[in-house]
Design a protein around this ligand. Sequence first.
Ligand code: 7PJ
Length: 277
Amino acid sequence: MNRSFRCGARAFALDRPLVMGVLNVTPDSFSDGGRFLARESAIAHARRMRDDGADLIDVGGESSRPGAAPVTEDVELERVIPLVEALAREGIAAAVDTRKPAVMRAAIAAGASMINDIGALQAPGAIEACAGGRTAVCLMHMRGEPATMQDAPVYDDVVTEVKDFLVARAAACEAAGIAAERIAIDPGFGFGKTRAHNLALLRAIGVFAATGYPVLVGLSRKGSLGEITGRAVDERLAASLAAALAAVARGASIVRVHDVRETVDALKVWNAIEQSS
Ligand code: 7PJ
């Protein structure tokens, strides 16, 4: 299948998996430990990820780790918008990880190529904020809210429930004027899911890919990988690479990762194998 994914001014052919590098600008971000809080070092980190082969940089100003507290709109705007402006000036494609329509509007005005919403644009005004322009959207499934989402989530059939939700959200976006070729979907690993749910969703990536929307996956350093390997969050590189490759082999189009350089290498090998027949 040779669909294209339009993202801001770019059109990605999807003839190879895309890599989205994570740039957290939260003081309590569990993976970066707040080390990239200072704007200059955040920009330097984005440049490094771009040089390492990232296609997109995902800027997040509100931590969504399990148990995290929400931040105010002003704080999120102040953390995210200057960074998006700086990345746009350098021609780096920025996604903005936000649930707030006001942040979406400001991010789009600042030149963001994608809005990545863990709430799948369900906030009042969110779809409208993203419609009518060239910005792509990533619709992610989450059960519950970050503060409580890991309290014993239950599904009858996790794959069907998550897929049906995402297809309905994508339809709502299309009805509001967001082009299908600007919509990506994401099963939301770790967002109100047990390890068994996450593994069932990963095995079923093909079901999500069959909807025709590019599938974005965020497995990098996540808790389920820690449970499987017994490794702490900064010791999950090998586990994250294995998960990214398994997702791509099942049809994922975009991987959201912390370790861009290593992921790009792993995917280059995978691509070489796939294209050498
Ligand atoms: C995801 C995300 C994900 C998308 C986070 C973390 C938690 N956005 N934002 N998908 N995860 N689309 O990085 O561990 O899985 S924040």
